[in-house]
Structures are given as structure tokens and as C-alpha cells.
Ligand binder design. Structure first.
Ligand SMILES: [Zn+2]
Ligand SMILES: [Zn+2]
Length: 205
């Protein structure tokens, strides 16, 4: 499952993105939380999941620029003290070190998100192999290891490789996932306790 790595010195924490809509806040703990339906839309940084036609997840970051500051100041030409100035405040979010000026951005794996006054966060789309109940589908699914059907609700493991995603049995009688060192279809390791392969440690100054 995709997650956001957040930093609270000296530890990185992987916060699983369970859901479709999240609010990011530099001043709250945790800095990422599911967005509530009645939340006011302005002044908030929002992370949204969309699903494309082949079932892949896309993560969009919305960070509307803050409203311009309204000031009254001296007219630089004639010195009259009646000119209204619009001072646009700087961006409040940087992606990979670049200010987010457009208000929205499609994030990629390992993108750095930095909010004003906050530690950086990183999006990671890495998925861990774990045992869960096979959700089933419209058509019968066959385990690529034993070629037998996988009944919905039975313990199974989905290959975490984004270009594979094949489900394998993982019941006490049919441990098809861990039967070999790699997935039956691709070269993904079948270790169930290997942890995340990527954490953003080395990127922090
Ligand atoms: Zn099997
Ligand atoms: Zn695989």
C-alpha cells in the first residue's frame, strides 16, 4: 500500500494511505490524516488518490496558493497614500525542492513534499507482501504457482511488484507464495518480513 514517510527526529514513520483523501498539515501531529467530508476546502493541502483505467493508483497533491494579502500603501509615482497593493505570499509547498506554483501536482514514487516550517515527507508506492483474505473478483482467479483456483476469502498474498500483482495461495495447506524464493511470475522476493526496501534516510541532510 502506498504510504507517506514522515520525519519526527530521529525516526521515519511510514503512514499507510488507507483511503482516497487526506489532509496534510505542517502544524498537526500526525501531519497526514484522513480528510473529513465537512472540512473547509481552503487553506489546506490535500492528497487525493485517483485510479486509472488499468487499476493503478495516482496520487494528486493540491495546495491552493494562499489568498493575496491586501495592503494599503503609498503610490510610488505621486506619493499619495491611497494605493491598494496586492502582495502575493510565497508558496507554502515545495516538491523535490521546487515551489508548487500551479496549485496541483501528480506525485511520483519517492517525491519529496516539504511544507513551510515542517520536516519533509516522501510519497512511496512500495507495497509489502502480506497475507490477507483474497478479495475475489468478477472472474475466477488462478494461483500462478499451483494453477488451482483461489476462492474468495481464503488467505493469500498479492505480489507487491506493481507490474505483477498476482495473487498466490497462502493457507496452511497451500503455501504457494513462500513455496519458492521468488514470485511464480516475476523475480519479486517472497520474504514476508523483509520490511520496506526504500526509506528516505539517506536523503535527509
Ligand atoms: Zn496455489
Ligand atoms: Zn510477482
Amino acid at each position: 500500500m502506498a504510504h507517506l514517510w514522515t520525519y519526527s527526529p530521529p525516526n521515519w514513520t511510514a503512514r499507510l494511505l488507507t483511503g482516497d483523501l487526506f489532509t496534510l498539515s505542517a502544524s498537526e501531529e500526525p501531519p497526514v490524516r484522513p480528510r473529513t467530508a465537512d472540512e473547509v476546502a481552503t487553506g489546506r493541502i490535500v492528497l487525493r488518490r485517483t485510479t486509472d483505467s488499468d487499476g493503478g493508483d495516482n496520487w494528486l497533491l493540491f495546495a491552493p496558493p494562499p489568498p493575496p494579502l491586501l495592503e494599503t500603501g503609498a503610490d510610488p509615482e505621486d506619493g499619495d497614500d491611497n494605493r491598494t497593493l496586492f502582495a502575493s505570499p510565497g508558496p507554502s509547498v515545495w516538491i523535490n525542492g521546487w515551489p508548487l506554483l500551479t496549485g496541483a501536482r501528480l506525485l511520483r514514487d519517492k517525491d519529496e513534499i516539504r511544507m513551510e516550517g515542517a520536516e519533509p515527507m516522501f510519497l512511496s508506492t512500495e507495497v509489502l507482501a502480506r497475507v490477507s483474505a483474497f478479495p475475489g473478483g468478477a472472474r475466477p482467479a488462478f494461483c500462478p504457482r499451483c494453477r488451482q483456483i483461489i476462492e474468495s476469502g481464503t488467505p493469500a498474498v498479492q505480489c507487491p511488484n506493481p507490474s505483477c500483482r498476482m495473487w498466490h495461495h497462502h493457507t496452511p495447506d497451500c503455501q504457494c507464495w513462500t513455496y519458492a524464493a521468488t514470485c511464480a511470475v516475476c523475480d519479486q522476493s517472497t520474504a514476508l518480513d523483509s520490511g520496506y526496501r526504500w526509506i528516505p534516510e539517506e536523503t535527509v541532510p
